[in-house]
Design a protein around this ligand. Structure first.
Ligand code: 7RM
Length: 635
């Protein structure tokens, strides 16, 4: 059976056809031949999108870490599993072999158990991109604890919300982190967050920047001494295929973040299979995904997918601009990276620096390039193709989501002819479709609509933690019997997909998904603010930037506007994080509203984008007179 590694376009069509005409048989063969199961399944798939309920490999037992670690110990014990590149280029890189990683994960697993963590407990991980992050993720999986990684750029409030939502018992963090020339006091943020989290009984602290921090007696423990004491082996907990593996929060268009829950069996099969094919990984390759493990891209394509394939995966602690804008290319050259996976926002930021930084480095090791996170614009695509890939490394523009667990639409490099700005064709087993506003499927090619998926794939999130109704409402209620992605897309004359962007109130800024509601909530906390509305507008580096329209309470109308702008952005930084700060804040007398009182963001979006000629009919508004004034004063 060669279905596991697709090497030709014709092969793609054949395998794709089988995967959609006989999906259960297809996935059963993949699962059977390429993974280690403690017990095989009774049923490959049962599903009902109306409930919604989806189960893959029911009855099977496994531990994902045995697939990512133990089974490589025969043939790859001394192969580098994780290649850690520190923030400081003068600090040596660390090559962690499969044998060493196995031992570190086992020790960590023993520490978790000694701290009272058991199967099914939630553990919040708030760490920078250091090896302990990957090790702690795998240690949770080894004992069957459910990890919830929170990106270490989030604020104390965002962290405490996530800790409380899933009732985490433990937080794993570090004394601080390096970020370019700066350091960040992570432990201080955790201490602040934990003032609002009564359920957390222990905090493990990794040492990274050797700063002075507070250690709370009885609650906080330095990690290293515990690891040194711990035994170096740990028999993996046996998990059911449908047991939870992790929770990962993603922004919603309303209210609090959604804790997407993924399960062990299907997630493992799908992330491993997509990794192998989308990156065309071969045994001797060095693979690098520049994402943070705090996002789904890092979970699936730094940790689980690569390790399940016995790959060498690079983990980079720093930022693309430190010590200068050549850092990415320096790392590619130094470690002879073969596959490079990054986000359009990074590509645009680097392209803006000109080519001198690129030309200094030997990038000849590169074979495959990838992008993810937002639509890639034509200019960025060509820059990436010409200057980084030298027109010989195909670009995999991979469309997927936290909710999908793995890559859903993407070319298969060296098989699928690429087309700038197009994610091209569905991955094996994926059945996308486009829907119109009336709820009908749009057939044929050269059409545009809302992107839905008609049939389950193994790594679809199974629920929103603690709120199954919201899971149903968000993804399965827009259209009958379909998973609705929240994205718009078009299909060209040969059936290639191009994702055009969100059709809801999520704005993607520098590859980070931001819901408008939580940002507006933060602004509205300011005592001078009456009301606010946030929209995205095109930005040449970030993809989108945030534009806020704010109305002030009468008593505050005379206040200094620059001071107010600063205070508002500080509130946003405190409540969400610096990533959500507004680029522009315009104070307005009133926001355009519908008669039922809904803010017409569509109009505000057009004004922010300077597309005043496309406002459409504004006469039905409750207060059409405000529109012209907003236009006159726009920033
Ligand atoms: C993997 C990830 C999901 C949202 C998704 C889209 C957007 C992601 C692409 C893309 C156009 C792409 N997960 N998106 N990849 N848009 N082309 N190749 O990013 O949950 O953080 O975001 O990102 O809008 O719905 S995510």
């Amino acid at each position: 059976m060669s279905n596991y590694h697709i090497k030709q376009f014709e092969e793609y069509f054949q395998v794709y056809k089988k995967s959609v005409t006989q999906p259960e048989q297809f996935w059963e063969e993949i699962a059977e031949e390429h993974f280690y199961w403690r017990k095989k399944w009774n049923k490959v798939l049962s599903w009902d999108f109306a409930k919604p309920e989806i189960k893959w490999f029911e009855g099977a037992q496994l531990n994902i870490t045995e697939n990512c670690l133990d089974r490589h110990l025969h043939s790859r014990a001394h192969k580098t599993a994780i290649l850690f590149e520190p923030n400081n280029p003068n600090e040596p890189a660390e090559h962690i072999t499969y044998k060493q990683l196995h031992e570190r994960v086992c020790r960590f697993a023993n520490v978790l158990k000694e701290q009272g963590i058991n199967k099914g407990d939630r553990v919040c991980i708030y760490l920078p991109m250091i090896p302990e992050l990957a090790v702690s993720v795998l240690a949770c999986a080894r004992i069957g604890a459910i990890h919830s990684v929170v990106f270490a750029g989030f604020s104390a409030t965002a962290l405490s919300t996530r800790i409380n939502d899933c009732d985490a018992k433990m937080v794993i963090t570090s004394d601080g982190s390096y970020r370019g020339a700066k350091t960040i006091d992570l432990k201080g943020i955790v201490d602040e967050a934990l003032e609002d989290c009564n359920g957390v009984t222990s905090v493990l602290v990794a040492k990274r920047i050797h700063s002075e921090i507070n250690m709370k007696e009885g609650r906080d423990h330095w990690l290293q001494p515990l690891l040194d004491e711990a035994y170096k082996d740990y028999t993996a907990e046996i998990m059911d295929a449908e047991d939870p593996l992790f929770i990962l929060y993603t922004s919603g268009s309303t209210g609090k973040p959604k804790g997407m829950m993924h399960t062990c069996g299907g997630y493992m099969v799908y992330t491993a299979y997509t990794f192998k094919n989308v990156f065309q990984y071969r045994e001797e390759d060095v693979y690098w995904c520049t994402a943070d493990i705090g996002w789904i891209t890092g979970h699936s394509y730094i940790v689980y997918g690569p390790l399940a394939n016995g790959a060498t995966t690079v983990m980079f602690e720093g930022v693309p601009s430190y010590p200068d804008y050549g850092r990415f290319w320096d790392i590619v050259e130094k470690h002879k990276v073969s596959q490079f996976y990054t986000a359009p926002t990074a590509i645009r930021a680097l392209a803006k620096q000109g080519n001198a930084f690129v030309e200094k480095h030997d990038l000849s090791s590169l074979k495959v390039l990838g992008t993810v996170g937002e639509p890639i614009n034509e200019e960025a695509w060509h820059w990436y193709n010409e200057n980084i890939g030298k027109k010989k490394s195909p670009i995999a523009d991979t469309w997927w989501q936290t909710e999908t667990g793995g890559i859903m639409i993407s070319p298969i490099p060296f098989c699928t002819p690429t087309k700038p700005t197009y994610a091209t064709l569905p991955f094996i087993g994926v059945q996308p479709t486009l829907m119109n506003e009336k709820g009908e499927e749009i057939k044929g090619n050269q059409v545009e609509g809302r992107l839905c998926i008609k049939y389950p794939w193994p790594s679809i999130a199974r629920t929103i933690w603690g709120n199954h109704q919201r899971y149903k409402d968000t993804y399965f209620s827009a259209y009958d019997n379909m998973y609705f992605t929240g994205d718009g897309a078009l299909r060209d004359e040969v059936g290639y997909y191009r994702i055009t962007g969100r059709v809801d109130d999520v704005i993607i800024v520098s590859g980070h998904n931001l819901g408008t509601a939580p940002i507006e909530d933060a602004i509205n906390e300011h005592q001078a603010v009456a009301e606010s509305a946030i929209v995205g507008f095109p930005h040449d580096v970030k993809g989108n930037a945030l534009y806020g329209y704010v109305t002030l309470k009468g008593s505050s109308e005379g206040r200094n506007q620059d001071n107010l702008r600063q205070e508002i952005n500080q509130l946003i930084t405190d409540r969400i994080g610096p990533i959500a700060k507004l680029n522009k804040i315009q104070f307005v007398e009133g926001l355009p509203k519908t008669r039922s009182g809904k803010i017409m963001r569509r109009i505000l979006r057009k004004i922010a984008a300077s597309e005043m000629d496309q406002l459409g009919d504004t006469s039905t508004l409750l207060n059409p007179e405000v529109v012209q004034r907003i236009i006159d004063d726009r920033l």
